[in-house]
Design a protein around this ligand. Structure first.
Ligand SMILES: [Zn+2]
Length: 464
């Protein structure tokens, strides 16, 4: 039996997105890697070998420091907590931290076992005296003024200690891998360049540039997609039971999840990238474990989410089968998708996407890959609760009809939606027949996605 101590950033996506622009988030991504990356933690624990070591079984997830105790003395645990949180708090002053202590004969067992102890550390910045609000995050008091921004946009800003560090770590304004600080976006470019045809790419430097990579005459909107695996804890339990009986001992859970997540993400990016593109149409905010948080041009979101969700289970299922664990149910991944103008605050889009992700999981009880969505421009910013989430299977089954519907003009779709909502069936069908869409409308009515929702979904649908 060993003690496992996880020290992590609380709600990392909200901390990352606190800066209003990509530069601040890029800086945050580099800071988190610098603070929690395996090399940094190994260095931090030099001289502590007899008490604690980094838990290599857990793999690496940005924002989490997994440790295994070599001493079970409560006093040793609290010294380690202090040592590691002091390090994290100095590098991430605006982030809240949480430590969790569990026990098990290995990491997997400990992960699925009860919590022995849990502690929270508020952000260091929260302890600073109040003052003028930071111009970037508008959360913490500013401590210093600094010239920020490129060339003609350079201006004096009052920043908090957290945002000053973001600025320090953002690197040059660059979108190429070679000049980029280690972080999620660099991992994405590296992953892309490593797969055939090994074509080097850049990534967008601003939300506007990303939006402009979308449809030529309709390129102001983005979709922020938040995905998270379903029932990964249950998979851990099943794998451990099988391994206790001597089966599937080559299966490594964290490595397999990471492989499935990254491979599915790269497939999804490939699906939405044109052959002649020189820039990937994606901004990757966070990729860690079974979590994916990205923004893509609005019209590419459906194909992106569909590929990501389908492939995740395929890759994970293949790994299970290779390890002779084909009998185990393969977990799925669900998503929340929020369509929004590129100028609207990303942090709100992320919060809303998280809410829809939770709803998709809840409505399908985490048993199947599902997707819930909202269009902030048309639905407004408050969460829409009465639109049922759609399973990825139903999305795939309705794909031909949705594509057909997307080909119809916007006003034809709006009329159909109004009749579907308020008119009788006969009136709807008469109208559909008049405009030559009666067969399509009938198929949609008989299908799993209601006509009204189909019209909303195809507002942002890539047509040929
Ligand atoms: Zn700030």
């Amino acid at each position: 039996m060993s003690l496992y101590l996880d020290i992590g950033v609380v709600r990392i996506q909200s901390w990352l997105s606190r800066a209003p622009h990509l530069r601040g988030r890029r800086g945050a991504s580099a800071m988190i890697r610098k603070a929690t990356g395996p090399a940094a933690i190994d260095e931090l624990l030099t001289g502590w070998q007899d008490i604690v070591k980094r838990c290599t079984e857990a793999g690496h997830v940005d924002g989490v420091v997994p440790l295994v105790m070599r001493s079970e003395e409560p006093e040793a645990v609290s010294r380690v907590e202090d040592h590691v949180t002091t390090h994290l708090r100095s590098l991430l002053p605006g982030a809240s931290l949480r430590t969790k202590l569990r026990a098990g004969k290995d990491w997997l067992e400990a992960q699925n076992g009860p919590l022995r102890a849990e502690h929270e550390w508020p952000a260091v910045v929260a302890e600073w005296p109040p003052g003028k609000q930071c111009d970037w995050c508008r959360t913490w008091p500013a401590s210093r003024q600094r010239m920020v921004g490129a060339k003609e946009k350079r201006e004096l800003k009052s920043l908090c200690p957290d945002c000053l560090l973001r600025e320090d770590h953002a690197g040059y304004s660059t979108s190429r891998r070679q000049e980029m600080a280690p972080g999620t976006e660099r991992d994405l470019l590296k992953g892309w360049e490593n797969r055939p045809p090994q074509r080097p790419m850049a990534v967008p430097d601003t939300s506007q540039v990303l939006a402009e990579l979308g449809e030529r005459r309709d390129n102001t909107h983005l979709a922020t997609v938040y995905a998270d695996g379903n029932a990964i804890g249950g998979l851990g339990d099943e794998v451990r039971e099988a391994q206790d009986r001597g089966r599937g001992t080559t299966f490594k859970l964290p490595a397999s999840i990471e492989h499935a997540t990254w491979s599915a993400l790269l497939d999804a990016v490939e699906t939405i990238t044109d052959d002649d593109a020189t820039m990937l149409p994606v901004i990757a905010h966070l990729v860690g474990g079974d979590d994916v948080l990205v923004s893509v041009p609005a019209h590419r979101a459906w194909a992106f989410a569909h590929t990501l969700q389908t492939r995740f289970s395929e890759y994970l299922g293949a790994r299970l089968a290779e390890a002779d664990l084909a009998g185990i149910t393969t977990p799925t991944i669900s998503t929340g998708v929020v369509f929004h103008h590129h100028k609207s605050p990303l942090s709100s889009a992320i919060d809303l996407a998280e809410e829809h992700l939770k709803r998709a999981k809840k409505e399908h009880r985490g048993l199947t890959a599902a997707l819930a969505w909202q269009d902030v421009t048309h639905d407004g910013p408050l969460p829409v609760h009465d639109r049922p989430s759609v399973s990825v299977k139903d999305l795939a089954a309705s794909w031909p009809e949705l594509s057909r519907l997307a080909d119809c003009g916007g006003s034809a779709r709006a009329n159909l939606a109004a009749l579907a909502r308020d008119g009788g069936h006969a009136e709807l069908m008469r109208h559909a027949k008049r405009i030559g869409l009666d067969e399509l409308v009938r198929r949609l009515i008989d299908g799993p996605v209601s006509l009204e929702h189909a019209v909303g979904m195809t507002r942002w649908w890539r047509t040929a």
